[in-house]
Design a protein around this ligand. Structure first.
Ligand code: TYD
Length: 235
């Protein structure tokens, strides 16, 4: 899941960390276009994991640290004028801070980390949406996250076209981009899922909140079983 040499060389706090201890945790990310129901499903999964007795760390991007929340304010403010490249680097910098100070320590403690958006958001929004080269965004982000990739990514979508555009109230700077941008983002997510079928699982939300939550629980339980031998009903 992660490469401890990279972390050790970059973060003094992680120097003595046993590689195996980082692998004790389990990392889930949620992805999806605007109004795909990520927040609801993230909260339901976190509640279920806690009921099962797991130590859970819930976080979100951009944000999750004081630096990250500051970067989030800049990124989402309508007044912020910036190039696509600046935008991609700001998302990556907030991500680095989150990985180093929140995600990796929690994984080392054996927690389940549930993150609302991660690297795939940059690929979908800044890559497919804004047209920056995918390989360059991947390269910057590989450095940014020390290869701390999720064990599983739940990509939420609705019906035939993934996350058919929902309406957003009080849209921020990125949400306000036009329909073409958001269409490219949704199509981009499908490309990402098809390139990494092992990690990214597409979940159709059209059966409703409860049915979707049940489907997600069963995916996560299956992956937990494969990784740590966890065995429990997901009803
Ligand atoms: P947020 O209010 O958290 O939206 P959502 O509930 O849809 O997650 O705003 C985050 C916005 O930032 C959202 O429009 C997606 C965008 N974003 C990127 O463009 N690139 C990224 O790497 C990340 C993490 C988010």
């Amino acid at each position: 899941m992660t490469d401890s040499r990279d972390v050790a060389s970059r973060s003094p706090a992680m120097k003595d960390t046993d590689q195996r201890s980082r692998n004790r945790g389990f990392f889930v990310s949620f992805e999806g276009a605007e109004s795909s129901g990520k927040s609801t499903q993230t909260a339901l999964l976190v509640a279920w994991l806690r009921e099962q007795g797991f130590g859970v760390l819930q976080t979100r991007e951009p944000g999750g640290t004081s630096v990250g929340e500051g970067v989030r304010d800049i990124l989402l403010a309508h007044a912020s004028k910036m190039s696509a490249q600046t935008e991609a680097l700001l998302f990556a910098s907030a991500r680095t801070e989150l990985v180093d100070s929140v995600i990796l320590p929690a994984l080392c403690e054996g927690k389940v980390v549930v993150c609302d958006r991660y690297i795939d958001s940059s690929l979908a929004y800044q890559g497919y949406g804004l047209g920056l080269p995918i390989e360059e965004i991947l390269a910057v982000n590989r450095w940014a996250v020390c290869r701390a990739m999720p064990d599983v990514t739940i990509l939420l979508g609705h019906g035939r076209e993934l996350a058919a555009s929902g309406t957003v109230e009080g849209p921020d700077r990125i949400e306000s981009r036009g329909g073409d941008f958001h269409r490219r983002v949704r199509m981009g997510y499908l490309q990402i899922a098809s390139r990494d079928r092992n990690r990214v699982v597409v979940v159709d939300t059209s059966p409703g909140i409860e049915a979707t939550a049940k489907e997600i629980r069963s995916i996560i339980a299956r992956r937990l079983r494969a990784k740590i031998g966890y065995d429990q009903s997901t009803e």
